[in-house]
Design a protein around this ligand. Structure first.
Ligand code: PAF
Length: 294
């Protein structure tokens, strides 16, 4: 594995790969790597000659200062983990400073993606997807990848990146990768590190509820499934009393067309990719997201 904090080093590695006709896989991350990231890196190693793993906590995609400050930073452990993977000699790990990433100061450009960003995370995190698009485009420019790998836990982010690629017309293959879960079903996330042991113990209820919702979808209407999921999580602490006032506070649960991300009112409205349920839930001061495919 090679590692650098310098855009110029990365560009030199990319130039050399292009000169040799090599394919390049990009795995953008904000570090605090877990098995979910590792699955993306392993797939990228399998499918490409050079793999660029970026590790950069992108300040302009955080609309909440506290969330940015609390975001886990574990660079040394992340680099050791990547270096331990079979095939890691193909990897260039790029961990720039904010100044290296944004040498002209905070970027002025903004992106709009229309309906795909006007639901769920979009209105609740103003500027978030534009901030993601700015950094991802910069990473595309620096690493000129053949393929870019993103996890499906951030389902809406994938739709936004698809829209970004349509806007900027870069010939990059977008590779969505399945969620990796802990043995008890909790979707792996860097934010899980911030859960207390008591919260971590009940957090798998989110996935368990979504799995039950998928079964209900066989015979219940969309609105009834939505209401059941929200009620089940919101009333969990009443049925199962928790220490320290611990409770689930669902922010939203939407059942949407898996391509357009527009809410559906009837299962028949879902198009070629089917329907997907997307949830954001607060637990123990941590915002967790997850999805279920119907
Ligand atoms: O999904 C993430 O970790 C981030 O949004 C990304 C894609 C690395 C951009 O900062």
């Amino acid at each position: 594995m090679k590692q650098t904090t310098q855009a110029a080093d990365l560009m030199a590695a990319v130039k050399e790969a292009h000169n040799q006709g090599h394919s390049i896989g990009l795995v953008p991350t904000m570090g605090a790597l877990h098995e979910g990231h590792i699955s993306l890196i392993e797939r990228a190693i399998k499918e490409n000659d050079l793999v660029v793993v970026s590790l950069f906590v992108n300040p302009i995609q955080f609309n909440n200062k506290e969330d940015l400050e609390k975001y886990p930073r574990t660079l040394e452990a992340d680099l050791a983990l990547i270096a331990s993977l079979p095939g890691s000699e193909k990897v260039t790990a790029f961990a720039p400073t904010v100044e290296e990433m944004y040498p002209d100061g905070e970027p002025k450009e903004t992106y709009r993606f229309g309906p795909v960003e006007e639901v769920m995370e979009g209105p609740r995190r103003p500027g978030h997807f534009s901030g993601v698009a700015v950094v991802v485009r910069r990473l595309f420019d620096l690493s000129q990848p053949t393929r870019a790998y993103f996890g499906e836990k951030d389902y809406q982010q994938i739709a936004v990146i698809r829209a970004l690629l349509e806007q900027i017309k870069y010939p990059i293959e977008l590779v969505p990768c399945p969620i990796v879960r802990a043995d008890d079903g909790l979707a792996l996330s860097s934010r899980n590190m911030r859960l207390s042991p008591e919260a971590r113990a009940i957090a798998p209820t989110i996935n368990a509820t979504l799995e039950q919702a998928a079964e209900m979808a066989e015979y219940e209407e969309v609105d009834d499934v939505k209401e059941w999921v929200l009620d089940t999580l919101a009333s969990f602490h009443e049925v199962n009393p928790q220490p320290n006032g611990l409770r689930f506070e669902p922010e939203y649960f939407e059942i949407v067309d898996a391509r357009t991300l527009q809410p559906i009112a009837d299962w028949n409205e879902a198009g070629d990719l089917g329907a997907v349920g997307c949830i954001a839930v607060w637990l123990d001061g941590v915002r967790l997201i997850d999805i279920v495919k119907f």
